[in-house]
Structures are given as C-alpha cells and as structure tokens.
Design a protein around this ligand. Structure first.
Ligand code: ZN
Length: 207
C-alpha cells in the first residue's frame, strides 16, 4: 500500500491553506511550503475541485514544516490558531451541507446543538475525506476520536500533536454556542502509539 492512499478533497486542503495563510501570512505560508517541498500548493487552488487529491502525507508535511520553521511550541500555537481560522473558511464551504447554518439548528438548546453539531461535523469528514471520526459521548464530555488522522500521519512523538484539529474544534464549539469557551484537549494521539487521536470536549462552557 502506498503512503499516498488517503486523501482530503482539494477543496478541504484549500481551507487548510487559507487558515494557515491568515495566521502566518502569504510569505510565511510560502516558506512553509518550500520547506516541505510542496511549492505546487497554494490557496489559489480551485475550490470547485472536489476530487480527493490532497494526501495525508502532504497534510502531515505541512504540520511538520510549521514546527520546523517556528519550533515545537511556536508551531503548536500557530497550528491552534490556524485550526480556528480554518473553521471559518470551512463553514463557508461546508456549512449549508452540514445543516448547521440553518436558523432551526441555531435555535436548538446548547446541549442538543453540541450533540447534533459534533455528529454532523464528523459525518462531513467521514463522507468527504479518508479521515475517519468516531464520536463518543459521556455525561460531561464529547470524545472526538480520529481513527485515521492526516495531521500526525506516520509520525512518532512523545505527546499529542494534532493541534490544528484542536483549534478547529475550539472554534466550532465557540461558534455553535454563540461565543462560549469550552475546555478542549487532545488526550491520545496515534503518533504516540494510541489507537486513535482523541480530542475531549467539555460540554460545560467555562464562561
Ligand atoms: Zn493525529
């Protein structure tokens, strides 16, 4: 099996590049892509192209280059911020498809919105990408298990590194709840030898 057998559609890869560009700027993005040997990529990619062409290897290489360029701590902070920015661009592309921009959805009680929103967000990945997400819920938490994860694809580390996904979910629940902040952290990561990358989302807002 080739390393390139799992993909995001180009449209979603573009969302990731736009989010990164917003945080590190055009020249920052250009140096990351050069560092990763990915100069053929650009946020100007056609958003119409929905074929699966953005490989997991590419997505992981972008995260690695971000760490190389800014250091592990700097890279982590930027990946979190880029993830939050990605949500905004993703919402533009996929919001109506997920049904979460409809008024009827927005008027649901918070806990129902978190439950329905998590499911429909997971479905988006499961249907349109090779990233597999499984949702598990307890009384006070939502567990977002990524079972095939592009962010840490074929990496080995000592700690969880899928920061972009954490940022994405931070912004998703912030938006869903109309501006509330929730504790969200990655507690397991495939790169660390866990069976899935697990992001725990508290169901109770901090503020
Ligand atoms: Zn991961």
């Amino acid at each position: 099996m080739s390393n390139n057998s799992f993909y995001y559609p180009q449209k979603m890869g573009r969302v990731m590049l736009l989010g990164l560009e917003e945080v590190i700027g055009k020249s920052g993005l250009a140096s990351i892509l050069t560092l990763g040997g990915l100069t053929e990529l650009s946020p100007n990619l056609s958003p119409q192209k929905t074929d699966k062409s953005f490989s997991f290897e590419t997505i992981c290489q972008i995260q690695k280059s971000l760490e190389q360029q800014y250091g592990p701590r700097g890279g982590r902070g930027l990946a979190l911020r880029a993830g939050r920015a990605c949500f905004k661009y993703g919402l533009k592309e996929y919001g109506s498809l997920m049904g979460i921009t409809e008024l009827a959805f927005r008027l649901l009680p918070l806990q129902t919105k978190l439950h329905v929103g998590a499911k429909s967000f997971a479905n988006l990945f499961n249907k349109h990408t090779d990233q597999k997400v499984r949702i598990e819920e307890s009384e006070d938490k939502i567990y977002w298990h990524i079972e095939q994860c592009p962010l840490c694809w074929e990496r080995t580390t000592n700690e969880p590194i899928c920061h972009l996904a954490v940022g994405l979910l931070q912004e998703a629940v912030y938006w869903l709840s109309g501006g509330k902040v929730f504790t969200i952290e990655e507690t397991a990561c495939i790169a660390r030898g866990d069976s899935a990358c697990t992001i725990e989302i508290s169901k109770t807002p901090l503020s």
